[in-house]
Ligand binder design. Sequence first.
Ligand code: UDP
Ligand code: MG
Length: 347
Amino acid sequence: MDLESWMTTKPVVSIIAPVYNEEPIIDELYRRLVAVLDTIGEPWELVMVNDGSTDRSVELMVALHARDPRVRVINFARNFGHQNAVTAGMDYARGDTVVIIDADLQDPPEVILQLLDKWREGYHVVYAVRSERKGETWFKKFTAKLFYRVIYRITDVNIPLDTGDFRLMDRQVVDAVKQMREHNRFIRGMTSWVGFRQTGVDYVRQERFAGETKYPLRKMMRFALDAITGFSYFPLQVMIYASLVLALIAVLAVPIVAFLRLAGASVFEGQATTLVVLLLLSSFQLFFFFIMGQYVARIYDETRQRPLYIVSKVWERPDALHAGGEAAAAPAANHAGGVTSPGQTAG
Ligand code: UDP
Ligand code: MG
């Protein structure tokens, strides 16, 4: 498609790629994506969100934009985290469908064609299910498997197992998720929560094309806590069971100890027993304090109402149609005219 018609046509597909220090990957990502997207015969755009990279990622992305204005670059003022980068991508995307993809090519761009096929069949959300993971450590695979199963068990929304953010969303779903401005975001849960017709497509998660994971253990733990606190009260409710068990032990202990002492046995004497029990109970209590603290901290995050991210600069053709961004995406924003039902394409 020539440039002028690109400018005036709403893209059918917006690809969102969050980027944090992915310098060795950017050109290859663009090459692989273009190879796939140019086969669909519909207008598309690539929204790259630079999440405060400290390497040359942003220069490379801006160079892509200069060559191909279908690439739009959103530059954050600092690192706001993967989920906020994806959120910005959704705020800026203009397409009838939006596909979220990791920049590191662990999610093969070729799968996008299968996602689009399902969308044309009438599904509103098509998530990609990792049937196999290549090139990840034993520890990462194990913790990921465990994590998705725990989440599945304790949350009220049906978050499909073994899915990441790699998924396609219809415009209606994007507009719904855009209204959810919660701060500690678990986007794969949020896209399940909104409902609509959802389905999955299997794929093999590839090795990272280059570089290292940007999710160290610390970030993974935080992410897991966001997922649990965002979608479940289970950790708060489970405290009642601990409390009942301890009360029961206390009630039983009185007659048992009295009986043993009367029978002449020298049990539970001295400070050691008291100290051990005290330490054990304190550790229980502190653990539950920690859990409550996790919820309280998140309430605090909500009450401050800070923006989810700060954009320092956007590279896009000035005459390109605008979709907004944080300001325009405030809750209750009306996106009239932007709603296309699945299967309906502008081609
Ligand atoms: N990412 C980001 N901000 C961050 C961390 C990661 O935008 O603070 C991006 C990263 O560049 C990649 C995607 O999020 O495109 C997934 O990160 P990564 O591949 O490191 O995670 P993993 O696949 O190892 O779980
Ligand atoms: Mg990755």
